[in-house]
Structures are given as structure tokens and as C-alpha cells.
Design a protein around this ligand. Structure first.
Ligand SMILES: Nc1nc2c(ncn2[C@@H]2O[C@H](COP(=O)(O)OP(=O)(O)OP(=O)(O)O)[C@@H](O)[C@H]2O)c(=O)[nH]1
Ligand SMILES: [Mg+2]
Length: 405
């Protein structure tokens, strides 16, 4: 049985399970994130490297270990068939991040069932999915879009869709398909990893799952992602190197993507020497690349296994204005009592005792300015929590206006 206060990453379908396996190899045990996988395809599920206790081959009698061959209805049936087992596998994590590649049968057909399980058990859920290459044909693309529109937008806390086509803009046409997939998968896994660490406990600067959900809530969106790394001791320009590499990373599609995005999520991760001074300087520099109305959510976390390495991750999101959903009131985004992590680093130690009070900036509400506010318990959820609570950051602790009284 799962312990509470925990984030689970669930790989759905063959590519989703492979991504979950890759994330597992990136994550140290200490991160406390559970990795699980579900697929109809026995061979691909085994290849994910996820231990048996954390994976589930569904509809094994009916599919006999074969995938659904791109048939969305079969995928839906396969998950519906084993719904009870899936519910047990997922358990009651505090937050679920689902990774999948849409365009096949299992994940595209089954995503709605995962969503309905989460809704029933009040588990906040984010879907991070890739969309098929245009060359795979209109029907695969259509099935992926239908799933997002009909099954996910009505209840998921956020859907981040990364078009595989983005690869075409950066790879030479002679690149073998498998190589292109491999590159997409690596960036995809690293992004999921970046999101996961953003939402876990070791944060120096901590956006909240409710902030993320409020920013992305019920909107169809397309995203591009950038990842960069830098190495060196504290005081060197390692974070700026990571930022530069991130700006040039292939799936971002150029620094321009940040300027044109409706919303951007930045995540900076480093070892225990990562200081608030570095975090502040890097995020301040990164924010200069954004447009004036871009909503921004940024966080920094400490992962001791990083040593002298730092990693910067950006997710640039563009909303499809046509798809804005109105059905907010019947299903609030994230119950307020559910918080994934505390605002202190796990060691409880401050990283820099001389650190000045870090006053959070007060950016525009960006795209949210133009939307109907989502009011929950008398609070406007389109407003980030740190602003609603008038928070500032002092030597590793979040101080809210209430606490300061
Ligand atoms: N990003 C990425 N996409 C892939 C890769 N391999 C296949 N795809 C595409 O991703 C989509 C989903 O493939 P799968 O994950 O096998 O689909 P599934 O959910 O397991 O469904 P079935 O295989 O039909 O049971 C398809 O449109 C594929 O063309 C890959 O390695 N990376
Ligand atoms: Mg498959």
C-alpha cells in the first residue's frame, strides 16, 4: 500500500511505459516518487524495466499480450476490463502524472478511464502526452485530439500535449525514424522528470500543484519543452550555462517560443550547493525571455544526487482559445488540503544563512486576465497561491502574510 504525500508517475501504453522506465532510471530513490506502468503489450511492458509490483499488463486473456494495434476502442475496452486492478495499482497518491504517446490504441483509448478513476478518488492528475506525427495519418491525430477534448479536458487538472512534429523542425530529413523517436523520448522523459521534481518536497522555491492546475486548468494546450544542463561549483556560471543550453534545446523550437507562449513553467534543479542567489539570478534572466502577458510558474529544487550539476527545464504552453472549457464549478481543480510538499528542503537546513528576503515578483495574470475567475472557497484560483497568501521567501522558508502577523 502506498504511503500518503507522494507523487506517482504512471506510464500508459507502450511509449508511456518506456518513458516511465527512463524516468525511473533518472530518479534517485530518495526523490520518493513512485513509477508505475500499464500496457496491453507484454513485451514492451517488460522492456520498460519497471518492477512487476509496479506494472500491470491489462486484458491479458483477451489481448494475449498483444497491443491494441492502434484501435482506440480496443484500448478503452482493455482498460475498462481491468479497471479494478488499475485502481489498486494507482492507489491513493497525492498527485498523479500520466505519461503517454497518443496515436495508438491503449493510451489514447484508456486515458479517459484513468481520468475517471482519479476523479472518483479525488486524485489530482496531469497528463503529459505526445501527439502523433502528421505523417502517421489524419485518423491517429484526430483520435488523439478527440481524447484530449472529450475525455481529458473536462476533468484533468492539466493536459500538456507535445506534438512529435516539433522534431521535424530541428532534425535533418534523413534522420532515421527510430533515432527521432529516441530523441523525442529522451526529452519527454526529462521533462516529466522536471515536472515531477518541481512538485516534490525538496523545493527551494515552491510552486504548488494548485498553482499549476489553476494555470493550465481545462484548456486545450500545446507545449514545447527545453532542457539544459551545466556543471560547476556554486559561484560559477553553471546555472546560466544550463539556461543557455535550454534555450537552444531542440524541442523548444527557439527562444522565440518563450516570448510567444501564453504560459511558461520553469524548473531549476541542482545539488545541495544550489543557492537562492543562483536561483534568483537564473530565473530573473529566464523571465526576460517571456512576453509581457505570459503567465509564469517557476520553481527550484534540491536533489542531492545532482552534485555540482544543475538542470533547467522549461515548458512553454500555448492555449487553444477555441477550446476553453466552462464546466469548472462542478469539479474543483485541486482540493485545497492536498499539498504535495512542504516549502522547506528535506534536510531542514537553509542553503545560505545570509540570504536576503526574496520578495516574489508580481507578474501579470497573463492569459488569466481575460478569463472568468475560478473562485473556490472565496479565493481566485487563477491567482498563484504565493500571491494569494502574500508570500515571500526568507532563508529557505516561505513566509505568508498570515504567518508574519
Ligand atoms: N514519441 C514517440 N512516439 C512513438 C514511439 N513509437 C511509436 N510512437 C508513436 O506513438 C503513438 C503511440 O504508440 P504506443 O505507445 O505503442 O501506443 P499504445 O498506447 O501502446 O497503443 P497500442 O500500441 O495500439 O496498444 C503512435 O502514434 C506511434 O506512432 C516512440 O518511441 N516515441
Ligand atoms: Mg503499444
Amino acid at each position: 500500500m502506498d504511503t500518503p504525500n507522494q507523487l506517482t508517475i504512471l506510464g500508459l501504453g507502450s511509449v508511456g511505459a518506456a518513458a516511465a522506465g527512463r524516468i525511473r532510471s533518472l530518479l534517485p530513490e530518495s526523490a520518493g516518487i513512485r513509477i508505475k506502468a500499464i500496457d496491453t503489450d507484454a513485451r514492451k511492458l517488460a522492456a520498460s524495466g519497471i518492477p512487476d509490483a509496479d506494472k500491470l499488463q491489462i486484458a491479458s486473456n483477451w489481448r494475449q499480450g498483444r497491443g491494441c494495434g492502434g484501435n482506440v476502442l480496443d484500448g478503452q475496452r482493455a482498460l475498462a476490463f481491468d479497471r479494478a486492478k488499475i485502481e489498486t495499482l494507482i492507489g491513493r497518491p497525492e498527485f498523479l502524472l500520466v505519461t503517454a504517446a497518443f496515436g495508438g490504441g491503449t493510451a489514447t483509448g484508456g486515458a479517459g478511464i484513468i481520468q475517471s478513476i482519479c476523479r472518483k478518488n479525488n486524485i489530482p492528475v496531469i497528463f503529459l502526452v505526445t501527439l502523433p506525427f502528421t505523417q502517421e495519418g489524419h485518423s491517429r491525430r484526430q483520435a488523439a485530439e478527440d481524447t484530449i477534448r472529450q475525455d481529458l479536458l473536462s476533468g484533468a487538472d492539466a493536459v500538456l500535449a507535445l506534438p512529435n512534429d516539433l522534431l521535424y523542425s530541428v532534425l535533418p530529413p534523413t534522420t532515421p525514424v527510430l533515432e527521432a523517436y529516441d530523441m523525442a523520448n529522451q526529452e519527454f522523459a526529462r521533462t516529466a522528470y522536471g515536472i515531477a521534481l518541481l512538485l516534490t518536497q525538496n523545493n527551494l522555491l515552491a510552486p504548488d500543484t494548485a498553482d499549476l492546475a489553476a494555470m493550465l486548468h481545462r484548456k486545450k494546450s500545446f507545449c514545447s519543452i527545453g532542457i539544459g544542463q551545466g556543471t560547476g561549483e556554486n559561484g560559477t556560471d553553471r546555472c546560466l550555462k544550463a539556461l543557455e543550453e535550454m534555450l537552444q534545446s531542440p524541442l523548444l523550437g527557439g527562444a522565440d517560443k518563450l516570448a510567444k507562449a501564453d504560459a511558461v513553467i520553469f524548473s531549476l534543479i541542482g545539488g545541495s550547493t544550489l543557492s537562492l542567489g543562483e536561483v534568483r539570478q537564473t530565473l530573473d534572466t529566464a523571465i526576460e525571455y517571456l512576453g509581457s502577458s505570459t503567465a509564469v510558474l517557476s520553481g527550484a529544487s534540491v536533489e542531492p544526487s545532482f552534485g555540482d550539476r544543475v538542470m533547467m527545464c522549461a515548458i512553454a504552453v500555448n492555449f487553444d482559445d477555441q477550446e476553453e472549457m466552462n464546466a469548472v464549478a462542478e469539479h474543483p481543480a485541486v482540493p485545497q488540503e492536498k499539498k504535495v510538499r512542504s516549502s522547506r528542503s528535506r534536510s531542514g537546513k537553509h542553503s545560505d544563512e545570509n540570504q536576503q528576503v526574496f520578495a516574489f515578483e508580481n507578474p501579470s495574470k497573463g492569459i488569466m486576465e481575460r478569463t472568468t475567475p475560478v473562485i473556490w472557497n472565496g479565493e481566485d484560483l487563477d491567482d498563484p497561491t504565493w500571491r494569494r497568501r502574500s508570500a515571500s521567501l526568507d532563508q529557505g522558508s516561505i513566509i505568508t502574510a498570515e504567518a508574519a502577523k
